[in-house]
Design a binder for this molecule. Structure first.
Ligand SMILES: [Zn+2]
Length: 461
């Protein structure tokens, strides 16, 4: 009842081992103390860090949840409250944190998720915009902007070197220093999953990415797991804003530049969705429980989706620090390896070619993403692409092949200034490409899994 809620709301935010986090709005100080307390209670799976400060000096706190960071574990991030008056993202993410913490040891899905994934949660990206008195205000812009009256979701433009807001700069550096694979930004004011691009050359016309199939899959998965998203919002004037299947391309809804999801994808190869989670921007406290329950399963499933597709490691002459530029052939968008040579890419089942550019040379590795769940037992059904200068290796049951394609620039250089191999410091002797199956468990609902378990050693002459 509401009486109970009032009592719980007044209680200190200090959370004991067996308490639940109250479903109420928490101010910035309460969020900070909750997160700090959480790391003390759940030392084994959490770390708290700040990526910088807001205009008004509030730490932009991120809670990292994982059992061990480890090799090849993909990083997911969840960001709330980029618009200060869309406060439900804060509370949903706090509940999400609490749920993961309380269920890590007892729920096998959550256990697997945190054992195999690194999840970074930032409940508020715009603490200065949050107004405690805006609870119950469903529309309007009051509190949307940051402390300097800038809309942070318009501050990520790709061009120019103009000064960004401190919150934006902090997020940009955060992306630079991590290799995030998947991300969501939580908003409210509509009920729909919005996927890139938001930017369009033609006003309010669809603007699709080379990974549109993946973005649609991720969006549909979220909307379908949510009990009411496909129904959209019913407004007071009886107009309905219903998006087909509860999803929309950003630009098709309304186009704008400088949005965070386009920046994530274009500049950092991170697939980000914009989740619009409530028709009312900051619903009444009594509605929070319903909102959390509707988004709990979709959020867990969203984090698991990062395991669909391909992951691997590229080690050049024994060095994993050599950064490689990567592309999936036919998809004109790049991504990169982490500082440990790791890479991840979410893909639907199908046959693909991974393009790896190292030291101005291009390598191609065909691979297959399968939707079979017993992939590890069935590895080896890889298509072989034969050409005259390829190298084929066999490991276990699988057959692997690759083709080296030196760029014209490299060819020209080597013909005009021939050098013995040993004296050319840029020559690569070996490049080891390891590709692993994206997921190994039944918990990935769509069970799209890479068929390969590759250990490929390319000997160049
Ligand atoms: Zn918003």
């Amino acid at each position: 009842s509401d009486d109970v809620r009032v009592v719980r709301a007044a209680a200190p935010v200090s959370i004991g081992l067996f308490n639940c986090l109250p479903l109420v709005y928490h101010n910035n100080e309460q969020i900070a103390s909750y997160l700090k307390n959480f790391t003390e209670v759940h030392k084994d799976i959490s770390t708290l860090y700040s990526i910088g400060k807001s205009n008004e000096g509030v730490d932009l706190l991120v809670l990292r949840l994982t059992k061990n960071v480890g090799t090849l574990k993909p990083h997911v991030k969840l960001i709330g409250n980029i618009h200060g008056n869309e406060a439900i993202g804060r509370e949903i993410l706090l509940q999400f944190i609490e749920y993961l913490g309380e269920n890590y040891k007892t729920n096998s899905t959550i256990g697997w998720l945190l054992d195999n994934t690194v999840i970074h949660v930032m409940p508020t990206m715009n603490p200065d915009g949050y107004r405690p008195f805006s609870v119950g205000i469903c529309e309007g812009e009051n509190g949307r902007l940051n402390g300097r009256n800038v809309d942070l979701n318009r501050d990520f433009s790709w061009t120019g070197n103009e000064t960004k807001q401190p919150e934006t700069e902090a997020v940009r550096a955060w992306l630079q220093n991590n290799t995030f694979v998947l991300s969501a930004s939580l908003h409210s004011g509509a009920l729909v999953v919005n996927y890139p691009y938001d930017t369009s050359t033609e006003k309010n016309k669809p603007s699709l990415t080379p990974d549109d199939d993946v973005f649609r899959h991720l969006s549909l998965s979220y909307a379908r797991k949510h009990s009411t998203m496909v129904k959209g919002c019913q407004y007071k004037d009886n107009t309905e804003k219903v998006f087909k299947d509860g999803i929309t391309n950003g630009a098709e809804w309304y186009s704008f530049t400088g949005g965070m999801q386009d920046y994530n994808y274009v500049d950092h190869g991170c697939m980000e969705l914009t989740l619009e989670l409530s028709c009312c921007k900051t619903p009444m406290t009594k509605d929070l429980e319903d909102l959390w329950m509707k988004n709990k399963e979709p959020l867990i499933d969203f984090c698991l989706q990062v395991h669909n597709g391909i992951k691997g490691r590229i080690i050049v002459d024994g060095n994993s620090k050599t950064k490689a530029k990567l592309k999936i052939e036919g998809r004109n968008i790049g991504f990169r390896t982490s500082e440990f040579g790791e890479f991840w890419r979410i893909l639907l089942p199908g046959q693909y070619i991974l393009q790896i550019e190292v030291n101005k040379k291009l390598y191609k590795v065909p691979f297959l993403v399968n939707n079979k769940s017993s992939v590890l037992k069935e590895s080896g059904k890889l298509e072989v692409f034969l050409s005259k200068d390829e190298v084929t290796l066999v490991k276990g049951d699988a057959v692997f092949t690759t083709t080296t394609i030196p760029t014209t620039e490299v060819q020209r250089k080597s013909s005009t200034t021939p050098k013995p191999f040993a004296s050319n410091q840029h020559s690569i002797r070996t490049i080891r490409i390891e590709i692993f199956n994206g997921a190994t468990t039944k918990f990935v609902s769509s069970s799209m899994i890479v068929v390969l378990l590759i250990l490929l050693i390319l000997q160049l002459h």
